[in-house]
Design a protein around this ligand. Structure first.
Ligand SMILES: NC(=O)C1=CN([C@@H]2O[C@H](COP(=O)(O)OP(=O)(O)OC[C@H]3O[C@@H](n4cnc5c(N)ncnc54)[C@H](OP(=O)(O)O)[C@@H]3O)[C@@H](O)[C@H]2O)C=CC1
Ligand SMILES: CCCCCCCCCCCCCCCC(=O)[C@@H](N)CO
Length: 307
């Protein structure tokens, strides 16, 4: 039942940086052939070199493909075809290309909502759409979506980001119901803040409230997140989360998500009330963070005026 990675073809979008690169390394270490998909060719080549250091046999290949996953379906379909011609049918697709923009609703450009929806959501639809038919025919396959803890709860500053990550969940649930009879398994990962170039970039413009609320969970290493995602994907687990708060969030927000094991279902049933109780305290603390920040701003405005 678990997918055998040795000799398998794994496509990782966003594989040239951060979590995606670590996922590629993790799969390569387990004997997979890798296709990296991202836009910037220099970053792709750099990542390829780094990944190749971890080879476990001399047949392994890392293929780089430069394309924007969010622009044009036929382009994405073409590059997937190219990759399949070189390395065989895709056994596992990891949709990790993505980005974050934060800011208060009224401060965000309308174009940011469009951009995040196309990169984070459509950028996961296109590659998945391009591989699914072959996976169903072969009765083999894994599709991984990288959402976020911010795809499990809406957060101050993340009106554009959270919604694009929630969208992935709906896609994944519906798709899993369709493809399960064909032995194709879908995984949705919900990482917390993770120490990556993308995270550093996002922190440059993050509102104070968003930062303080996010600090509820600690910053993870991308290697650790990648290990967990690969493990869950191989197993065919629908849910992939990290740490005790990740576990609580996934359990609490399980809704109508598919269960992978009886144990998982039982744990959800038993812990639901307790985790909701804990969540109420968290929500209270988030409200007070936001109130404190608001009062602080008001005070410094008064100080500015009197100065
Ligand atoms: N880091 C974090 O704190 C968290 C991250 N996540 C999610 O994990 C994923 C990876 O994040 P992270 O590792 O931090 O990101 P990075 O910014 O470090 O890497 C992003 C990768 O995606 C590629 N990419 C971005 N846009 C496109 C596009 N339009 N088409 C093709 N490739 C693209 C980038 O390459 P290039 O720019 O060359 O195209 C790069 O390889 C994202 O979906 C993010 O939302 C989730 C939770 C927490
Ligand atoms: C039982 C209830 C437990 C409650 C725990 C609540 C924890 C909330 C913290 C949310 C952190 C959001 C991180 C987003 C990461 C991300 O995606 C960005 N870095 C963008 O890249």
């Amino acid at each position: 039942k678990p997918l055998a990675l040795p000799g398998a073809h794994v496509v990782v979008t966003g594989g040239s940086s951060g979590i995606g690169k670590c996922i590629a390394i993790e799969c390569y270490k387990q004997g997979a052939f890798i296709t990296l998909v991202a836009r910037n060719e220099d970053k792709l080549l750099q990542a390829k070199k780094e990944i190749e250091k971890h080879s476990v046999n001399d047949k392994q290949v890392v293929l780089c493909i430069s394309v924007d996953v969010s622009q044009d379906y036929s382009q994405v379909e073409n590059v997937i075809k190219q990759a399949q011609e070189k390395l065989g049918p895709v056994d596992m697709l990891v949709n990790c290309a993505g980005m974050a923009v934060s800011g208060k609703f009224e401060d965000l450009e309308v174009s940011s909502f469009e951009r995040l929806m196309s990169v984070n959501y459509l950028g996961s639809v296109y590659p998945s759409r391009a591989v699914i038919t072959t996976m169903k025919e072969r009765r083999v396959g894994r599709i991984v979506f990288v959402s976020s803890q911010a795809g499990q709860l809406g957060l101050f500053g993340f009106t554009a980001y959270s919604s694009s990550k929630f969208a992935i969940r709906g896609l994944a649930e519906a798709l899993q119901m369709e493809v399960k009879p064909y032995n194709v398994y879908v995984t949705v990962a919900y990482p917390p803040d993770t120490d990556t170039p993308g995270f550093a970039e996002e922190n440059k413009t993050k509102p104070l409230e968003t930062r303080l609320i996010s600090e509820t969970t600690s910053v993870c290493k991308p290697e650790q997140v990648a290990k967990q995602i690969v493990k869950d994907a191989i197993q065919g687990n629908f849910n992939s989360s990290i740490g005790s708060d990740g576990y609580m969030l996934s359990s609490l927000t399980c809704g109508m998500a598919p269960v992978t094991s009886i144990t998982e279902g039982l744990q959800q049933v038993v812990t639901m009330g307790l985790f909701r109780t804990i969540a109420l305290f968290y929500l209270g603390s988030f409200d007070s963070i936001i109130r404190r920040c608001m009062m602080q701003r008001a005070r410094s405005e008064v100080a500015d005026k009197t100065a």
